[in-house]
Design a protein around this ligand. Structure first.
Ligand SMILES: Nc1ncnc2c1ncn2[C@@H]1O[C@H](COP(=O)(O)OP(=O)(O)OP(=O)(O)O)[C@@H](O)[C@H]1O
Length: 798
């Protein structure tokens, strides 16, 4: 039986309802507390159990992730993402990393290094019961934004069952937004420049809680380009942290390891796996995936575009990355190939693009299976594009390590892929020698069948003639390539002076070879040097003295650019920090390159200042009238006045309102007067035309009139004055002035007419009477008068 509650309605009253709700809430709270307590207990027991297994991890017996002592949350996420079997680098490095050791991991591209450090990061925070309020626990540093984004995406997959918060801190994003969220993040994935910016500017950002540091592409993070930034970052970290370094081309210099304060690191991928002693060789074993087919082709520089076009046309159904030396080249190739329409999708990824666009292009290339992407080395490290069929290195990489990273975008994670290296005859010997020596593999030489080459030169030239912006882009690409070659460290391999500039410019579609000031300067200096060398040593010292010493120093400084890699985002660039790689992603470095270090920059502002100091007279434009007299331009006078008053105003240090008002009035008056003059001129012209027209008309009418006079006398009488247009007649004012005055006593009309005339005089100060006024006057004539005039005129004509 259903009992009715007091209150009669059968439903609980509002008060009762509230009480019931609060009762329920308190029960729920109790339950959730009990659950969390039991969870914590479970977590504690899980942690204890896992920790006890750490010492027993044996990489040689492990095949799957399930064999690692990992938390349920991590295991679940790995299984869901279909990560079952651990790769070699994962097997070797996860154990020591879980044990809290520093790890230096090197493994071939696409072998799963990302999971090798992400799993230990998640486990470390879990084992230490890290919560959101505990602040930053781990920082992962990547040299490029795209790679940081990719790591962040992988972390979202494998860490989805954990309760940690993670942040992506890269340049080109909302700094304010990052600032407010950073202190709430447990894991930060960042680029060095942006991280340092937050460290410097964000008071909320505190790294003292940080326990784990990961450097992905560690050799890149540690090289000269990032040196200063990374040193500054490391200073802010607690020294007793755990550090993991990963790369396909790991370096092992003692200096670097000392900088990072590594404590007996475990070396993975240095020949002796799991070794805690420094390996005999100073560098990691360099290798490329076995399933990657490598080949090279030797071509003159000017044939590269033809070769590229033919290659793309022959591989329309493939996914290809084309690596070039600079952003401007990538941009130009993309633009011109879009115009040429090869029949496959085109993309371009380079550093000077807006960040959102970069990510959009990155994602598009991930998705598509038949596409060509022109890229700089911003895409060469770490990016995991699936199923890339070809990597085409159109411009020669600077060294073996750059070759490895570029080539490694293909044949990832046990898939097949191909890599073609394009070299100029100068580059062949050194590059191939270095590759054979360091990689210990045979790289196939390919000869291109000239019949299979299609040159797009004529079309490119036509497009460049049609689109000036494309021409400008080609010029920039031309200069950027030369600059990148000039900045290469290995001068034996890359010699900018040996390049045929005219042929290269023509291959880009340029009819005229752009000037390259730095090459001109180099050649000039070379000549000077040769001249100096020809002279006997003694004579040189006596004839040039100090000056010669100075120029020697400058020469050395100018030609021997030291190897400094990519510049850190946002950091100021100077010439001796520029490297080919930096040049590829740095937009405005061109001017810096052209201007020698010690030469003072001559700006337009400086020239103007100089001219002002000399008190030069500025040219004045004089106008002359027909008689050769100079005309005074009221405008100029006004300007002079304005200038004067402006000066006065400046002297006063404020705005003189009265003066400004007077000036404005004067300007206004001048404008009005000018307008009136223009109107007058226009009216005059109109009147002249009307008069001419009227004269022509009246001639015709008179002829007609003469003809019809005998035939229609009655009509003429009946129509009286209105039917006769006498406007063609001579001025009646002059002829009949006296008579008219006598006949028309009504002065009112005269006055009105005068008024009209006066009005018109305001508009037209010429003595010409408007045609319509004359007709009005003639309309007042009687027919007899008209007849008399006509007969007079006819008589005069005869
Ligand atoms: N255990 C695994 N099982 C299956 N796939 C894996 C495993 N580990 C990694 N992968 C996949 O292999 C690919 C390459 O991984 P990752 O990008 O981590 O390679 P990498 O070694 O960092 O390459 P690079 O040297 O180019 O940076 C990714 O698509 C990743 O999802």
């Amino acid at each position: 039986m259903h009992k009715q509650r007091p209150g009669g309605s059968g439903k609980p009253g509002p008060q009762k309802h509230k009480q019931a709700n609060s009762h329920k809430k308190s029960i729920n709270k109790k339950r959730s507390k009990e659950i969390s307590r039991s969870k914590l207990a479970a977590t504690d027991s899980e942690i204890q159990e896992l920790r006890s297994k750490y010492d027993d991890i044996d990489a040689s017996t492990i095949k799957t992730f399930a064999q690692f002592p990992l938390s349920q949350k991590t295991q679940k996420a790995l299984a869901e993402s279909k990560f079952i079997t651990a790769t070699e680098v994962q097997r070797q490095s996860i154990g020591p990393a879980l044990q809290g050791k520093d790890v230096l991991g090197a493994a071939i591209t696409g072998s799963g290094k990302t999971l090798a450090f992400l799993i230990p990061v998640l486990e470390h925070l879990y084992m230490n019961k890290w919560s959101r309020s505990d602040g930053v626990g781990a920082i992962i540093i990547s040299p490029t934004r795209e790679l940081a984004y990719q790591i962040f995406e992988t972390l979202k997959k494998v860490g989805k069952h954990h309760d940690f918060s993670a942040g992506l801190i890269i340049g080109g994003k909302n700094l304010k937004f990052e600032r407010t969220r950073m202190d709430q993040c447990n894991i930060l994935i960042c680029t060095p420049g942006r991280l340092l910016q937050h460290m410097d500017e964000n008071p909320l950002f505190n790294t003292s809680t940080m326990e784990m540091l990961v450097l992905d592409e560690a050799d890149r993070c540690l090289d000269m380009g990032f040196q200063k930034t990374l040193n500054a970052i490391i200073e802010n970290f607690p020294p007793d942290r755990q550090t993991l370094l990963f790369s396909a081309t790991q370096t092992n210099t003692l200096e670097d390891l000392a900088r990072l304060n590594l404590q007996q690191p475990v070396y993975v991928g240095y020949g002796t796996a799991n070794s805690t002693t420094t390996p005999a060789s100073n560098a990691a074993v360099l290798a490329l995936p076995e399933l990657l087919q490598q080949s090279y082709v030797v071509l003159p520089l000017e044939e590269k575009i033809t070769m590229l076009w033919s290659f793309i046309k022959n591989h329309l159904k493939q996914k290809i990355i084309v690596f070039v030396a600079s952003c401007k080249q990538a941009k130009y190739l993309y633009e011109i190939f879009c115009k040429l329409r090869p029949g496959v999708g085109l993309l371009a990824l380079y550093g000077t693009l807006h960040q959102d666009k970069r990510i959009a292009i990155y994602e598009e290339f991930l998705r598509k299976s038949q596409v060509v992407m022109f890229a700089t080395d911003v895409a060469s490290r770490g990016l995991d594009f699936p199923a890339v069929n070809w990597v085409l290195q159109l411009d020669c990489p600077e060294d073996v390590s750059q070759y490895i990273h570029r080539a490694g975008r293909s044949a990832r994670n046990k898939s097949h892929g191909e890599c073609l290296l394009v070299m100029t005859p100068n580059e062949e010997e050194h590059m191939i020698g270095a590759l054979r020596e360091q990689l210990n593999v045979e790289i196939k030489s390919v000869h291109i069948d000239p019949k299979k080459l299609f040159s797009p030169r004529v079309k490119i030239e036509a497009f460049l003639a049609q689109f000036p912006e494309l021409r400008a882009s080609a010029q920039r690409a031309f200069l950027a390539y030369l600059k990148s070659v000039f900045l290469m460290r290995n001068k034996r391999l890359f010699n900018v002076l040996s390049l045929d500039l005219d042929a290269y410019a023509q291959s880009l579609g340029l009819a005229v070879t752009p000037r390259v000031p730095f090459i001109e300067k180099l050649k000039w200096r070379q000549k000077q040097q040769e001249k100096k060398d020809d002279l006997p040593a003694q004579q040189t010292t006596t004839s040039f003295g100090g000056a010669s010493d100075h120029s020697d120093v400058e020469d050395d400084d100018f030609i021997n650019i030291k190897r400094r890699d990519h510049d850190v985002e946002g950091a100021p660039v100077d010439l001796d920090r520029l490297s080919p790689a930096a040049a590829s992603d740095e937009e405005d470095s061109e001017e810096l390159l052209v201007v020698p270090k010690r030469e003072k920059l001559v700006t337009k502002a400086a020239l103007a200042k100089k001219a002002l100091k000399k008190n030069l007279q500025i040219n004045n434009k004089l106008k002359f009238d027909e008689d050769g007299q100079t005309l005074t331009d009221e405008r100029n006078q006004m300007k002079a006045l304005t200038g004067k008053t402006k000066k006065q105003k400046d002297d006063d240090g404020g705005i003189n309102l009265m003066l400004s008002k007077a000036l404005l009035n004067e300007e206004d008056q001048y404008d009005k007067q000018r307008f009136r003059e223009l109107v007058k001129k226009r009216h005059k012209l109109q009147r002249m035309m009307l008069r001419k027209k009227a004269e022509e008309q009246s001639d015709e009418e008179q002829e007609e009139e003469d003809h019809n006079e005998d035939q229609q006398p009655d009509d003429m009488d009946s129509d009286s004055e209105q039917s006769v247009d006498l406007s063609w007649l001579p001025d009646p004012d002059k002829l009949y002035k006296k008579r008219e005055n006598n006949e028309m006593p009504d002065h009112q009309n005269d006055d009105n007419d005068d008024e009209e005339d006066d009005d018109d005089d305001n508009v037209d100060d010429d003595n010409d009477e408007p045609v319509h006024k004359k007709s009005k006057i003639t309309q007042r004539l009687t027919l007899l008068d008209s007849e008399a005039i006509v007969t007079n005129l006819l008589a005069s004509y005869e």
